[in-house]
Design a protein around this ligand. Structure first.
Ligand code: AR6
Length: 354
């Protein structure tokens, strides 16, 4: 199931369990701990008194009392002491143990704050990396909806290398397409070619044929020596998004589950797409599958066209995705972290819980 980074107050999350960044006494404190106890009411503290505290990296569960969440999972993050004291492993353990406890208790949705990233001093950008990596790893083997709740702004992410690179790419593309009229003209020509390429798909999902179209003057590439396979091309020209997606999954030798997990797409949404040949996905969903399938940019343009979309240099969202696809970065969670920083829609899908 998907993983989403959201901006919210965790006490408002309508999920099966929220996670509390507690201290070892489990008897309340400031920050998110204080906010959770205030929102849950005195029953929470009473139950916490019976738990006998909690070790760093471990997790314990209570009911949610007046919270919209059914449970609170209390975990104790490490105090940041420069990074040489096993902080990363302990923080990873917080996420892993909390998630395991959620699964043991039948939870299907869990929301985390950025554990240790407040009073305990863990640098926020690094704390977020640890959270994303630990959650993504757990989701490889479990079906669970996980939210990482960021409270307030995410300026702390702006210093990260990947973010700076993406921003530089956006600036370049914007400068190119908005300042220089010659470039603008040639870009339009390129788009016309790409659109043509998008309409022209061969057996290997447009690759050979699309390359030929992009070259414009080059003859249409045949899938095998001899004549072009017009039957196959015509068949695929009619192909809707759903059909194209299923074919690509097979061609890539992936299972459906591998694909929707890598796309960060909910299993139910995937079933809907699979069973409805006319399904019209959103643009982020198409990109999510393009990333999961590790498509080239040309192939991505083709897949977008199947859903009635084009890749646009007027959209920062599209430019960011173009950057990742061109760079061969196909980690949906890494991409979502950057999209989150830019206040863009994220790839994949979940259910609204706020
Ligand atoms: N919703 C979501 N996130 C929040 C909220 C909220 N309502 N309030 C704060 N945060 P911290 P720690 C974010 O200090 O670093 C307590 O006193 C906050 O911006 O709550 O693990 C405990 O009792 C930050 O990013 O937890 C411990 O003694 C993140 O939650 C100690 O603090 C964690 O900040 C634990 O420190």
């Amino acid at each position: 199931m998907p993983f989403e980074i959201v901006r919210n107050d965790i006490t408002k999350m309508k999920v099966d369990a929220i996670v509390n960044a507690a201290n070892r006494s489990l008897l309340g404190g400031g920050g998110v701990d204080g906010a959770i106890h205030r929102a849950a009411g005195p029953g929470l503290l009473e139950e916490c008194r019976t738990l006998g505290g909690c070790e760093t990296g471990q997790a314990k569960i209570t009911r949610g009392y007046r919270l919209p969440a059914r449970y609170v999972i209390h975990t104790v993050g490490p105090i940041w002491r420069g990074g040489q004291y096993n902080e990363r492993a302990l923080l990873t353990a917080c996420y892993r143990n909390s998630l395991a406890l959620a699964v043991e208790n039948g939870c299907e949705s869990v929301a985390f704050p950025l554990i240790s990233a407040g009073a305990y001093g863990y640098p926020k950008a690094e704390a977020m990396d640890v959270a994303v990596a630990a959650i993504a790893r757990f989701l490889e083997a479990h079906d669970l909806m996980v939210y990482l709740v960021v409270f307030g702004g995410a300026e702390f992410l702006a210093g990260k290398k990947l973010f700076r690179e993406v921003r530089a790419y956006i600036d370049d593309v914007y400068a190119e397409s908005h300042v220089n009229r010659d470039v603008e003209r040639s870009r339009r020509t390129l788009w016309r070619e790409e659109e043509k390429a998008a309409r022209c798909l061969d057996e290997a999902f447009g690759e050979a044929c699309a390359d030929a179209c992009m070259g414009d003057s080059a003859p249409m590439a045949a899938p095998s020596p001899g004549k072009p396979d017009w039957d196959s091309m015509l068949r695929q020209a009619d192909e809707g998004f759903s059909e194209a997606l299923m074919r690509l999954i097979d061609e890539k030798g992936m299972t459906d589950a591998q694909c929707y997990k890598r796309a960060n797409v909910d299993r139910k949404l995937f079933s809907k797409i699979r069973s409805n040949p006319d399904y019209r996905p959103s643009k982020p969903t198409v990109f999510a599958f393009a990333v999961a399938l590790e498509l080239t940019l040309t192939q991505t343009v083709s897949l977008l066209a199947r859903a009635g979309f084009a890749l646009s240099h007027s959209s920062r969202f599209d430019i960011i995705l173009e950057y990742f696809i061109k760079s061969g970065i196909y980690d949906v969670f890494e991409i979502n972290e950057v999209l989150f920083q830019f206040d863009m829609p994220l790839l994949g899908s979940g259910t609204a819980v706020m």
